[in-house]
Design a protein around this ligand. Structure first.
Ligand code: HEC
Ligand code: HEC
Length: 612
């Protein structure tokens, strides 16, 4: 064992005696009480919070909290926990002793990470959209402070010295802030230095969580790298843990970010979709889980500003692991398997399982469950080499915010919301059923054996549906997503949006001739003059009319992803009035039209709603 420096040893002793983690707190969908006797986890599909008695190894209670709960945190050493209910835009306070919801607190939209502020009264939460950090007083139910912190913040951690760390989901950037005199700043109050943040590369993506080392200044981010210029499995998606040296000081060399590539970490053993990390209280072991291949790595923390991590052990866990937490004494760690609906405890020394508790059950059909498992797994028969899964680019049915260079041209990833009612499929409508994704499974991208026995039919020829139960299940899951109300419609349409609505449905602009019906698409192909700016385009100039529901958060836009904003779609990319008529509109009218687009959908749109 490496000898700890004196300061570290003293800190370690303090940690051991007090049972407190000096690393502060970090976001997860699972948390363990200060005493180590109880665990809570949120269940995204069932919409519940589960409470587990760790001494008895039993589920105590499962409580309904709302749609798609994500982060959860205990408040100090109390029985209270706070849950971020992502799709209902709520922070929900639950008393785990009584199993009762104490209070629900409205936030703007999409709360993801939530952590204890440490004063017994407040929590911090990231709002993925609109990109904010909020501080909330849980005793009064009031949002006391709101700060804009970037795009799609998810990961959230607070060090014992008061710094706040936030990871941007789609860019993989790590940001550092300090709360000085109630204000969030990115300036160090003691030195006046700006915390620059750590961008990573343009290819880093899907950073959901941040873990802080208990003693040193390291922060760890599990994320992937999406190489959008390569359309084959061995080169497009890579799994990483980035170790960031956050030590204050102006020496740029001291502000390092190192990416540790996880699929060459244990020889040539391939893993996919790094989801979350956790660190032992002594700071010596880092646990990393992989949602795509159902693996876990235990790493020795070297903290050497060079190699950073070293492989120590590994194990296969359950289906789609999404959280890992370590007990306060470091003796046990717990893994949450999202598609086995259980929490499994392991002895940290022997890596043997010591507890297995079913925390919830699947609320939909067996078919949709099978489909979801196939969508999330990078294991055969979906791939041959475990690099990639459908969810690597379509996490939780959302888009990855990226534009891929495909053989046919640039293609922006679309969200899957409302998919069932917006066929045909792909920007070029070259597929007419989700079962045609058998072609993707067998392509160079995934190199899977596939789900059909025998030849796969072309995307527009004879159906591939009805030829394989598993493939039909994948389609059922992929087609199952509805929309939630736009945050811009919560107070009803603004005056500007009302004027925009009139413009949208006017004969002059013609928007509603193509963007028609409940899903705002005629499900047909049109040339709207958008093909010219991509010299690599092979299939244009016609594209399938996309839905304009939920475009408030799905940029960049158009098939080539070159329009950064909705206004650019209507102005820069429509100079010749081929895409509806917009050149005659005043600035105010353009603003009004954009305001209306942002307010869609005006209400929730469950997937049962038909496109009429
Ligand atoms: C490397 C990233 C990547 C992977 C892996 C991937 N996709 Fe996609 N997906 C995309 C991109 C980019 C598009 C847009 C392509 C287009 O329209 O031509 C897309 C489009 C789609 C669409 C069309 C949505 C619409 O509104 O028309 C569906 C459905 C879909 N993918 C399902 C899947 C399934 C199922 C899998 C797994 C078998 C999968 N994808 C794997 C990147 C990916
Ligand atoms: C002739 C049919 C047609 C008309 C009229 C039309 N659109 Fe479109 N719209 C399309 C097609 C096709 C696309 C996809 C083009 C592409 O990706 O290159 C599209 C794309 C869009 C997008 C981008 C969506 C995304 O997810 O990237 C927005 C926003 C949009 N249209 C809004 C409007 C507005 C506002 C109007 C009225 C001024 C309008 N459209 C008029 C067919 C039409």
């Amino acid at each position: 064992m490496k000898k700890l420096p004196l300061v570290a040893a003293i800190l370690f002793l303090f940690v051991a005696i007090s049972g407190l983690s000096l690393g502060g707190t970090s976001n997860s969908l699972m948390d363990i009480s200060a005493s180590g006797s109880q665990l809570v986890c949120t269940n995204r599909d069932s919409g519940t919070l589960s409470i587990v008695d760790l001494e008895k190894g039993e589920l105590v209670q499962e409580i309904k909290v709302g749609r798609h709960p994500e982060g959860v945190t205990y408040i100090g050493d109390t029985n209270l926990v706070v849950v971020a209910v992502y799709a209902d835009d709520l922070l929900t306070v639950v008393d785990t002793a009584s199993g009762k919801v104490v209070r629900t607190i409205d936030v703007a939209d999409e709360p993801y990470g939530v952590i204890d502020a440490g004063d017994g009264k407040h929590v911090y939460a990231t709002l993925e959209f609109p990109g904010q950090l909020v501080r909330v007083d849980i005793t009064t139910g009031k949002v006391t402070d709101t700060w804009d912190v970037g795009q799609f913040p998810r990961g959230l951690a607070k060090s014992s010295t008061g710094q706040i760390y936030i990871s941007e989901y789609l860019t993989g950037a790590l940001k550092q802030f300090e709360i000085a005199t109630g204000q969030l700043t990115n300036v160090d109050a003691s030195t006046g230095d700006v915390f620059p943040g750590w961008q990573g590369t343009a290819e880093d993506s899907l950073a959901r969580q941040v873990t802080l080392h208990p003693v040193s200044n390291k922060a760890y981010l599990a994320h992937q790298r999406s190489r959008v210029t390569v359309a084959h499995g061995s080169g497009s998606i890579f799994p990483y843990v980035s170790a960031v040296n956050t030590k204050p000081g102006t020496d740029p060399e001291a502000k390092r970010r190192r990416r540790v590539q996880m699929d060459s970490f244990r020889g040539t053993y391939v893993v996919a979709n790094p989801w979350e990390t956790a660190i032992s209280p002594d700071g010596q072991s880092l646990y990393v889980i992989f949602g795509g291949t159902d693996d876990m790595f235990v790493c020795n923390v070297l903290d050497d500003d060079y190699r950073e991590l070293e492989y120590k052990g590994g194990l296969r866990v359950g289906s789609n692991p999404r959280a890992v937490r370590v007990s306060p004494d470091g003796a046990t760690f717990y893994v949450y398997n999202a598609l086995d609906f259980n929490v499994v405890g392991y002895n940290a020394k022997s890596l043997q399982s010591v507890m297995d508790v079913k925390v919830t059950s699947w609320p939909y059909s067996d078919e949709v469950l099978l489909g979801k498992k196939l969508f999330y797994t990078a294991n055969p028969p979906m791939t041959s080499r475990r690099w990639i899964s459908c969810s690597s680019c379509h996490p939780d049915s959302d888009a990855d915010g990226r534009t891929w260079q495909q053989p046919e041209g640039l293609r922006n990833t679309q969200p899957m919301l409302g998919l069932k009612h917006t066929h045909p499929i792909h920007w070029s409508a070259d597929r007419d059923e989700v079962q045609d994704f058998e072609i993707t499974i067998r392509s160079a991208l995934m190199q899977g054996r596939g789900l059909i026995n025998g030849r796969v039919n072309d995307g527009l020829a004879d159906p591939n549906g009805g030829r394989s139960e598993a493939l039909d299940a994948l389609a059922a899951y992929t087609n199952s997503h509805g929309f939630t109300q736009s945050p811009f419609a919560k107070q009803g349409l603004s005056e500007s949006a009302e004027r925009g609505k009139a413009l949208f449905f006017s004969k002059e602009t013609q928007c509603a001739t193509c963007h028609s019906g409940a899903y705002f698409t005629d499900q047909k192909m049109h040339d709207v003059g958008t093909a010219a700016t991509d010299p690599t385009e092979k299939l244009g100039p016609e594209f399938d009319t996309p839905t304009v529901l939920a475009v408030y958060r799905s940029g960049p836009y158009l098939h080539h992803g070159q329009a950064k904003t909705l206004r650019e779609v209507l102005v820069e990319f429509n100079k010749e009035d081929k895409h509806g008529k917009t050149t005659h509109l005043t600035n105010q009218q353009l603003d009004d039209l954009v305001e209306y687009l942002k307010a869609l959908p005006i209400d929730d749109m469950p997937s049962e709603v038909e496109n009429e």
